[in-house]
Write a protein that binds this ligand. Structure first.
Ligand code: G3P
Ligand code: MG
Length: 262
């Protein structure tokens, strides 16, 4: 990467009105596509690349354990079959969540939110927990994730950010743990986006990065919230988002885009 870009990546936005505590760079699913997503191997690799904040996708097992999996179904990223949330953790914990990626990760297990919380707390890393409910379980998943996040980080000041595309899940998290930062995820723009984020008392709106433009960034800042972008893997897009004065970036390219030192 050119030195001009390195300097720009080290830039940090001014602190927003809502005491936003998080770094500007977030490793998506641990280490993007460089390791099997949402596994502890991925978070360790992301950390080894200098990242100090991670995003994960959290959902409920059939017996109520919060575990990390992006898709509703198991096929793409494990050797299991069917809907992940239909299985008990005792069964999910036996799956291979690494071989699909590459042989060096064969046998890598699925992770629980508790596994990742222990890693983050021990190393003073920040975490974004994306509430990714099995379809139909938004309210329950939002409530359980918020409750678990509250308990796991109870005696630690560096609290996780909760986010979701699922408005019911976010509302449930708001009611359960109102003190935790929340982010509204948007993949397509909607007219009432600021109203919804305001009602949910969000401190961030996390958009598909292609949705941001200057008026929208101004709107979210005027509402006292931060503008975050996913999933940004190209230097040119980063440059554009910095020019727009967005406040945080999720990336898969933990090898290319280096965060500034903490
Ligand atoms: O939280 C940002 C990003 O992870 C949202 O999209 O599909 O990668 O979970 P997705
Ligand atoms: Mg996600």
């Amino acid at each position: 990467m050119k030195s001009r870009h390195r300097q720009r990546l080290a830039h940090r936005s001014p602190i927003m009105t809502n005491n936003w505590p998080y770094p500007k760079w977030i490793a998506h699913r641990g280490a993007g596509i460089l390791a099997p997503e949402n596994t502890m191997a991925a978070f360790r690799l992301g950390a080894s690349m200098g990242y100090r904040m991670f995003e994960c996708d959290a959902k409920l097992s059939a017996d109520g354990v919060i575990f990390l999996l992006h898709d509703a179904s198991l096929e793409r990223t494990t050797n299991g079959q069917g809907i992940g949330g239909d299985w008990n953790w005792s069964e999910l914990s036996q799956l291979d969540a690494g071989s699909w990626h590459s042989p060096i990760y064969a046998g890598e297990p699925l992770a629980t939110l508790k596994n990742l919380a222990q890693f983050c707390i021990a190393n003073a890393y920040d975490l974004n927990i994306e509430i990714k409910p099995t379809p139909g379980l938004g309210v329950e998943t939002g409530r359980r994730v918020a409750q678990m996040a509250h308990e796991l980080w109870q005696s630690h000041p560096q609290k996780p950010l909760l986010s979701s595309f699922d408005i019911d899940a976010l509302q449930s998290a708001q009611q359960t743990a109102p003190h935790l930062h929340r982010g509204l995820l948007l993949d397509v723009m909607r007219d009432d986006w600021i109203d919804i984020a305001t009602q949910l008392e969000c401190s961030a709106v996390v958009c598909n990065y292609k949705l941001w433009n200057a008026p929208r960034v101004a709107s979210v800042h005027q509402a006292g919230m931060n503008a975050l972008s996913y999933t940004v893997n190209e230097v040119d897009a980063v440059t554009h988002l910095l020019d727009l004065k967005t406040d945080g970036t999720f990336t898969d390219r933990v090898d290319l885009l280096k965060p500034s030192s903490p």
